[in-house]
Design a protein around this ligand. Structure first.
Ligand code: MG
Ligand code: MG
Length: 259
């Protein structure tokens, strides 16, 4: 199967689903505090998605049991929502997928629970900067390798580890479409980017080693040194040769400001 370049109409439908993801993450953001469990957050998200006419893409995807992937501290991605209460000082990556009108949105944000160590706060800030730099590289004429190169260069300038095994992806009618979008790479290498390409860009950046393990639950990916990891994800379309971000953190930031 090849790459599906999207029409303007299809991009608008992906934007609609992506915005619903952003609104869902904002609902979750309102509730995040010490003592709340990731399972409670998952329930709220599923209800909000369905109330807004969407379906949680992740639920049942390859058998995944939650509507959100909730990954705490050393968990990089694919954490399964559970009953364990969040603790002061935790960070949690909340990754959400919505399917509506035949198209998917897919976005993730890493939240702070209460007071977080300064070095971990920096990891969050830099990972978001990695995402911004990766998005900036999504231009017609550039190549896939330019995206990963921009992300890797910034992360490694802080001594952080860039996860290799998990990558961003094309996005559309399917959650994971071609091409793969690594968060590391060589400038000028790989597929040439062109109009209508829609990508989910999602740096996974570790405070320590880039190496990871998979837990025996069959899903959770954790850092090998068990140091924290951060994860931010946006959906980006190439429109008029330039990156257009279809998802948004605005609802999340608004919710965090009003807490
Ligand atoms: Mg995601
Ligand atoms: Mg994704």
């Amino acid at each position: 199967m090849g790459i599906h370049y999207k029409t303007k109409e299809e991009i608008e439908l992906i934007r609609h689903s992506s915005l619903l993801v952003g609104k869902t993450l904002a609902e979750v953001a309102k509730l995040i505090k010490p003592g709340v469990s990731s399972l409670e957050l998952d329930r709220v998200a599923e209800e909000f998605i369905r109330d807004n006419g969407g379906e949680p893409t992740f639920l049942g995807y390859n058998g995944f049991p939650g509507s959100l992937c909730i990954s705490v501290n050393e968990c990089v991605v694919h954490g399964i929502p559970n009953k364990k209460p969040l603790e002061n000082g935790d960070i949690i990556s909340v990754d959400c997928g919505v399917y509506k009108n035949g198209f998917n949105g897919d976005s993730a944000y890493t939240f702070q629970v209460g007071e977080v160590d300064r070095e971990v706060q920096q990891l969050l800030r830099v990972t978001q900067e990695c995402l911004d730099k990766a998005i900036e590289a999504c231009r017609e004429g550039n190549r896939i390798g330019d995206i990963g190169f921009a992300c890797q260069k910034h992360a490694e300038s802080y001594g952080y580890g860039v996860v290799r095994e998990l990558v961003g992806h094309g996005l559309g009618a399917e959650l994971h479409e071609k091409p793969e979008v690594p968060n590391y790479g060589k400038a000028g290498r790989g597929l040439k980017l062109r109009e209508g390409l829609v990508l989910a860009i999602e740096p996974m950046i570790n405070l320590g080693t880039k190496e990871i393990d998979q837990l025996s639950d069959g899903w959770s990916i954790v850092t090998q040194d068990r140091k924290p990891s951060a994860h931010f994800e946006h959906d980006v379309a190439i429109v008029n040769g330039k990156p257009e971000v279809l998802s948004t953190f605005e609802y999340i930031e608004e919710a965090l400001k009003n807490k």
